[in-house]
Design a protein around this ligand. Structure first.
Ligand SMILES: Cc1cc2nc3c(=O)[nH]c(=O)nc-3n(C[C@H](O)[C@H](O)[C@H](O)COP(=O)(O)OP(=O)(O)OC[C@H]3O[C@@H](n4cnc5c(N)ncnc54)[C@H](O)[C@@H]3O)c2cc1C
Length: 388
């Protein structure tokens, strides 16, 4: 019998450091996340103490060089960490991912040296938390149409507009906000929550997905910040998309983690649950489900590992990242649904993590580019015809 979720033995390709990062994260999640997360999810509460601890396990900015607080880790290590964190809950992976992919990466890639030195070490230790504001109430899939803009006024910038669905909106000390400048091009701004006027944030209450993670709105109404807060090297919306690439890469690995967790839960349950005098695992239709799950997981693992190799060599195209995000999330959705059925009635209870993961996947399907938008990205890539 092989209950191994690494069915094609991909771990033989992992370095000792990659294995260490994976196993240390898995242990941390088993010890600290799993015992408490269901309760937080039910009560719509963020586990703040765990978020503080994420910095101690290197989950903030690990892919950045050491001089900026990272550990210079490669993209497969980063992916494995995202996978293991999301086995616990999306809310934990998403904090690490926003901080690393969308905030620290943005400042590292598009900030001045002064901005890097000012913010990155503090973000790496978790002394400050970040958010990423691209989506708007009327511009989700089409962020380039955004209404948020800024004008120059002496040494300051005056911002108007609003950002919707922003993870960590109310908890963030800084937000990377994308807005149209005087030339009409989109540029990134570093908003310090403490150093901006006429600025408000509100939480979107009673969401049914990502319940242990706060999502909110950022509202700018003639809000004033210093000109020094412009991300010095950002010139167009493509810069925001470049950050999203790292975010989507993290979602691809994270959804794999969800699928592995749901499959393992279903496999174990099927061996223990007796019906008609035998474990349900002895029934052909249950084996069919388990077989389909491990097959799809294995295919996704191969795809995702290869994507990691491409990322490490700087050769991953955004279309390849897009495909992995879309395909892994869809795979995780199918696996979670089948796993839920294997558990019968128990599958809908909070004794098991499957229903919580299923609900979280609804956000994964939609955010960082919807399933449809990613289908159209691949469609455009293979036909040369833009159907978006
Ligand atoms: C929990 C959560 C957290 C989020 N966190 C962040 C964050 O931190 N920062 C941030 O900037 N954003 C964030 N988002 C926003 C997210 O990126 C958007 O929700 C997403 O881009 C989709 O935008 P929308 O919700 O406005 O849907 P819409 O763009 O209105 O889409 C609605 C439907 O129409 C479809 N559709 C749209 N255009 C086309 C087309 N051309 N062809 C076919 N179908 C189309 C979509 O696929 C979708 O099914 C978050 C969202 C959620 C739910």
């Amino acid at each position: 019998m092989s209950g191994n979720t690494d069915y094609y033995n991909l771990q033989i390709h992992l370095s000792e450091e990659q294995k260490l990062i994976q196993m240390a994260t898995r242990d941390w999640v088993n010890k600290f996340v799993k015992p408490i997360i269901e309760d937080h999810f039910q009560k719509e509460e963020t586990p703040h103490n765990l978020i503080e601890e994420l910095s101690n396990i290197g989950a903030f900015g690990m892919i950045l060089p050491e001089e900026y607080g990272g550990i210079g880790a490669d993209y497969i290590s980063f992916g494995l960490m995202m996978q293991e964190l999301e086995r616990g809950d999306s809310s934990i992976r998403v904090v690490s991912s926003i901080q690393t992919s969308l905030v620290m990466y943005a400042i590292y890639k598009f900030g001045s040296e002064e901005q890097r030195k000012k913010y990155l070490p503090k973000l790496a230790t978790g002394e400050i938390l970040g958010a990423f504001g691209l989506s708007e109430p009327s511009f989700g899939s089409n962020p380039s149409g955004m209404h948020t803009y800024f004008k120059e006024q002496g040494d300051n910038l005056v911002i108007n507009g609003s950002k919707m669905w922003i993870g960590n909106a109310t908890a963030a000390d800084i937000s990377i906000v994308w807005a149209k400048g005087p030339t009409g091009e989109v540029q990134g701004l570093i908003i310090e929550t403490e150093n901006i006027t006429n600025f408000t944030t509100t939480v979107i209450k009673e969401k049914w997905s990502f319940r242990a993670s706060k999502t909110g709105e950022l509202v700018f109404s003639d809000s004033v910040i210093s000109k020094a807060q412009l991300l010095q090297k950002s010139t167009s919306i493509k810069d925001a998309y470049e950050c999203l690439n790292i975010g989507r890469y993290a979602v691809a690995w994270g959804s794999l983690g969800i699928a592995m967790e749901c499959y393992e839960t279903a496999l174990q349950y099927s061996m223990e649950r007796l019906q008609f005098g035998k474990p349900i695992a002895s029934k052909q239709l249950i084996q069919k489900k388990l077989t389909a799950m491990i097959t799809e997981i294995t295919k996704s693992q191969c795809l995702t590992h290869q994507l990691g190799i491409l990322m490490n060599t700087g050769k991953a195209s955004f279309q390849q990242i897009s495909m992995a995000k879309r395909s892994n999330v869809k795979m995780a959705q199918d696996v979670a649904r089948e796993a839920r059925q294997v558990l019968g009635g128990m599958g809908i209870t909070s004794d098991y993590p499957i229903m919580r993961h299923m609900i979280n996947i609804e956000t994964l399907i939609t955010y960082q580019g919807t399933n449809e938008i990613h289908e159209l990205i691949t469609g455009r890539d293979i036909t040369g015809i833009d159907a978006i």
